[in-house]
Design a protein. Sequence first.
Lengths: 546, 230
Amino acid sequence: MVFNLAKKHTLIVEDFAEFARSVRAMLHSMGATKADIVYNAEDAIEACKSRKYDIVLSDYNLGSKKDGQQLLEELIKYKLIKSNCVFLMLTAENTSAMVMGAVEFQPDAYIAKPFNGNLLKTRLQKTIEKKDVLHPILRSMANKNWLETLEKIQTTLPEHPKYRMSCLRAKFQAFRELKRFDEALKLVTEIVSERSVPWALEGVGEIYYLKKDFTKALDIFKTMTKEYPMVLEGYDWLAKVQNTLGQPVEAQDTLLKAVKKSPKALARQKSLGELAEINNDLNTMTEAYRNAVKYGNNSAFSSPDEYVKLTTALTKQLSDDSELISDKIRNEAERTFEKLNANFSSTSANLLRSNVAQASFYNACNEAEKVEKHLSQSKKYLAEIDEQISGEVSLEMSTALSELGDKELSNEILNEAIQQNLDDPEFIKKAAKISDNRDLIKTSQQASKSNLQAISFFKNKKYSDAISAFAEAHKLSPKNINIRLNYVQTLLKQVQNQPNANHMIETADKLISEMPQLSLSDKRYPRYSELNRLTKLTLQQNDLVS
Amino acid sequence: MQNKKENIFNMVLASTVHDMKNSLGMLGESINFILSQIDIDSLNEQTKDYYGVVQYESSRVNNSLMQLLALYKLENNQLPYNPNYVNLSDFLEEQKIKHLPLLEAKEIECIIDVDEAIEGFFDDCLIATVLENIIGNSIRYTRQQIKISCHQNSTTTIVVSDDGPGYPESMLQMEGSYMLGINQSTGSTGLGLFFAQKIAEIHHHKDKVGTINLSNGGELGGSQFEINIP
C-alpha cells in the first residue's frame, strides 16, 4: 500500500509550540502539506468543528485544562471527527499507564515521546492501514447497526487475519448489543481458554452479569482484578456485581482500591459516591463527589449530578460538626453552587434542581430567609419546565422539598414522576415509600399492567388488541411518554395492514403532537423523532393535513 | 524511624524521576529536531562521533529513567501489565526504527529476521522498553552488525545478537541475579538486565514464567540476548 499523506488533513494538538512545529516538520518530510497546529484542547474542538480532519495527533498533557483523553472523548461524543479519522496520542510516559479509560474512547495508537520522524511514519502508516481495513465495521458500529457490523466482519476477517482480535472484539460487542448473549459468551470464552486477554475476560464477566448469573460474574471479576491489578475496569465491574448481590460495603472497598490507583475517572468517583451514600459513609461520599467535580470539570461527561450530590454530602455534614469546620463546609458548598449555576443554567430543570439543593443547604444553616428565596425560585422554575426530569432526580427533589415542609411542590414533582415512570417497578417501589397519593400509585400500576399486556399483544402481532390495551393505558396515565410512543407505533403498524384507517392516523398525530417536549439528550428522543417523521409521512400519503 | 526516612526518600525519588522524565522528554524532542536538520554526510569524522554520542546518550538516559519508574511502580504494585496479541514483524521493525538515526550515523547494519505472520502474546510497551535498552547496548558495543530475530514454539523468543566483543565473563555468570550486576564503581549496565529479567517474569502463562538468557558467540559471534515469553 502506498503511503501518501499529501491529501490528508492533519491537526496537531500540542501545548509546547517548538515541539508542535517539529512534528509538523516530520509530517512535511512525509509529504503532508496540510497540517494545522493548535495549542490546547479547546482550540482543537473549534478546529474540528470547522474542518473534518483525517489525522489528529494530540499530546496527552495539554497544560492545565482538558487533557488529550478528554479531548478525544469530546470529539467522539459530539461526532466532531469522522469514523475513519486516525487519532494518535502522544505521551510522555510508558503508554500502558494510559490505557485505563472507558474502552469505547481509545485512541487508535499511542506513541511515547521523544520519538523520531521514522517512528512516527511507521506508526502512522500502520494505523491508517488498519483503520482503512476496519472502517466499514467501525462505521456500522458508530451507527449502532449491529447486524450490518456482523456482516462487515464476515467479509473483512478472512482477508485480514492480522486484525483478527479487533474483529473478534467488534463481533463480541455486536452480539452483546443484539442481546445474543450465548454467542457472545461462546466467543469470549474461546479466546480466554487460549490466553487470558483482558478485554475478553471482562467480556465473560459482563455477559454473566447480563444473564443475571451474578455468582459466576463475581468469580470472573475477582480473578480479573487479581490477575490484572492495573486494569481498572475489572474493579468497576466487581463493585457493580458486589452491589447487585447486596454487598455495598465490599463494593465500596473495591472501588476505593481502583480510585487509589487512578483517581482521574469521573464515572468511577460517582459510583463510589453512590455506594458511600448507601453505606452512610459521609466522609467517603464527600471526597468521592469532590473528586468527581474536580476531575469532571473539563470533561464532556460532566453533569449537575456530582455537584448536587457534593452539596448533599456537605449539607449532611453540617448538622454534626463544630462551628469552625462548618464555616469551611459552608464555603465549599457555596462555591460548588456557584460552579453548578455557572456550568448548568441553560435549562429550567437544572435551575430547579440547584434551587431545591440550595434551599436544603440553607435550611441546615438555619437561614430561613434564604430557604424562602430558593423555594420561591424553585416554584418559578418548575412552572417553566418543558422537558423531562429523570425519576432519580425527581425523587431527590421531592424528598428534599418534603423535608423542607413544602408538601405542595414535593407532590407536584413526585406525581409527575410517577406518571412518567410507572413502567419502572424499581422507581415505583421507591416512590410509593414517600408518596401519600395512594390513588395515583394505584392508577399508575394499572396503567403499567395495561401497557405490559399491550406489549405482549404487539409481540404476538395482535395489533388491534394491542391498540385497545394501549388506549386504556394512555387513558389511565395520559402524561406517560413511553405509553404514548408505544401507542403511536402500534397505530402506525396497524395502518399499514389496514388502509384508509384515517381515524387511527389522526389519533397517532394527536398523540405525538401533544406530547411533552423531549430533550435532545433523552434516550427516547431518536425513537420519538422517527415516529414523528413516520406519522407525518403517513398523514401525507393518506392526503390528510397535519 | 529508619523505615520512615526510606519511604520519604522513595517518594522524593519517584517524583524527581517523574520531573526529570518530563524535562528529558523536552530535551530529547529538541535534540531529535536539531539532529533531523543536520545532514550527516556533510559532517567531519569528529563531529559525526559527537552526533552519535548525543543520540546515544540522550536515549540511554531516557530509557534508564523509564526503567527506574517502571521498577518503582513494580515494587509498589502499580506497574500496568496489559498483554495482547502483537504482530512480531511490525513490533521488531519499530524497535529498529527507534534507533535508526544512530544506526545510520554509526553505519551499523541492523537485520530483522522474523516470519511475517508470527504473533506473540505480551505487553508491548514493557517489552519495547526492555529491547530499547538491549539494542542500545548492542549498538554501543557491536562492530558492524546487529541482528534481531524471533522464533516461536510454545514460547516466543526474541533474540538480539551482535558482532562485538560479547558479554564479560562476570556478567554471564550472574544468571538469574542481575541485581548484582549493578555496580556503582563501573557504572555497569546491570540495571537494563535486571529490568529485563523482572519484565520477563511478569509474563506468565499457565505454570510457565518468562526468562532471559545471555550468551556469547551466537549468530554473529558477539553477545546474544534472549528473552523468552511463554
